[in-house]
Design a binder for this molecule. Structure first.
Ligand SMILES: [Zn+2]
Length: 348
């Protein structure tokens, strides 16, 4: 091919990409106020209402299965948006659903089915409850994580005062740690993230005993029950999607475990709703080609990652990018939306 022809084709491709219809998938977790939110999972109900107000005059809003189907048929609507929630928190029913109904905006809630009806919190919330509340912990921790053991001398991380908790309210990972306890918390999170499910469950139980607490889930932080999920599904505004059973990082699981996590979460939700489940979200956004292949084999129509980008007709429906939304008011949200539309990385 001549250089001139190559240049002309590359120019034509750039023009086509610029004018091609693009959609945006937004990722939420909780609609709640929180004094401690290391992962930036919470958007306040007030801010969520303001964000929906912006979306209501933005462009067509689809649920994830509708968007995945549009990608598959090469008919992504221009300026389309899909609203998604991960995990299955109770506030999705109590706070998000009434607002979604009020604005007539559909959404997809991806549920980690092993937590349905559980009296325990999601594991990342459990360690936040154990380690980032005010109090004093023992000097030393020995944790058996199955494949490896770790020990910590806590030193200054032993104590966390109410003042330190209050002053670190706005702290979000990966900002610098406000206290040694926050560094310790993130270290424990990393160890549990890399652990197989059985080791993580045992380690969490041992961690709670070591911290001197066996408290059950905080009422506002608990996962939804099957009855509550069924009610959401019947409401018609929200569709349920699968998000594995135990919320592991799937690529580090064996192929057999990945298959169980994907297929069993599909079956549990089909049992609750009485119909087929169309979409999947990879826990932690982690997947590889084997994971994506299993999700396709399970009969889903599409799956979401957490890579920040726009969806086009050329996107792989099993690798749909998403953009996380933080606790922004309507004005800041609109600015981020415009930046995301232009393909610019949104600043926090
Ligand atoms: Zn999740």
């Amino acid at each position: 091919m001549s250089t001139a022809l190559r240049k002309a084709r590359s120019w034509a491709r750039r023009v086509r990409d610029r004018i091609a219809p693009k959609a945006l998938v937004l990722m939420y977790h909780r609609i709640a106020e929180s004094d401690s939110d290391p992962w930036g999972l919470c958007v306040s109900p007030q801010h969520f209402a303001e964000q929906l107000d912006v979306l209501s005059s933005h462009g067509p809003v689809l649920n994830l299965t509708q968007l995945a189907t549009a990608v598959q048929s090469g008919r992504v609507p221009r300026n389309a948006v899909a609203v998604t929630f991960d995990d299955g928190y109770i506030d999705n029913l109590e706070q998000a659903a009434p607002l979604l109904e009020r604005y007539g905006i559909p959404a997809t809630i991806f549920v980690a089915t092993g937590y349905i009806g559980s009296s325990r919190e999601y594991w990342w919330d459990d360690i936040e409850r154990l380690l980032l509340q005010p109090g004093t912990l023992p000097d030393r921790l020995d944790l058996d994580l199955g494949e490896f053991k770790r020990s910590w001398e806590l030193g200054e991380a032993r104590t966390l005062t109410p003042e330190q908790v209050a002053s670190s309210r706005a702290w979000r990972i990966p900002e610098p740690y406000p206290t040694p306890r926050h560094a310790f918390f993130h270290d424990i999170w990393g160890c549990l993230y890399r652990s197989p499910q059985e080791s993580r469950t045992t380690a969490l139980r041992n961690l709670a005993a070591w911290a001197g607490t066996t408290k059950q889930a905080r009422p506002g932080v608990r996962p939804m029950t099957a009855e509550e999920l069924g009610r959401l599904d019947a409401g018609g505004v929200v569709e349920l999607g699968a998000h594995s059973v135990t919320h592991p990082s799937l690529p580090i699981c064996t192929p057999e475990t990945q298959r169980l996590e994907i297929f069993q979460s599909r079956d549990r939700l089909a049992e609750i709703t009485g119909h087929r489940i169309g979409s999947f979200a990879y826990p932690h956004g982690d997947f590889d080609s084997q994971t994506a292949g299993l999700v396709r084999e399970a009969g889903f129509l599409g799956a979401c990652s957490t890579r920040r980008d726009l969806v086009t007709n050329r996107s792989d429906p099993f690798r749909l990018p998403r953009a996380g939304v933080l606790d922004w008011n309507g004005e800041i949200f609109a600015r981020h939306l415009a930046e995301l539309r232009r393909g610019k990385p949104a600043r926090h």
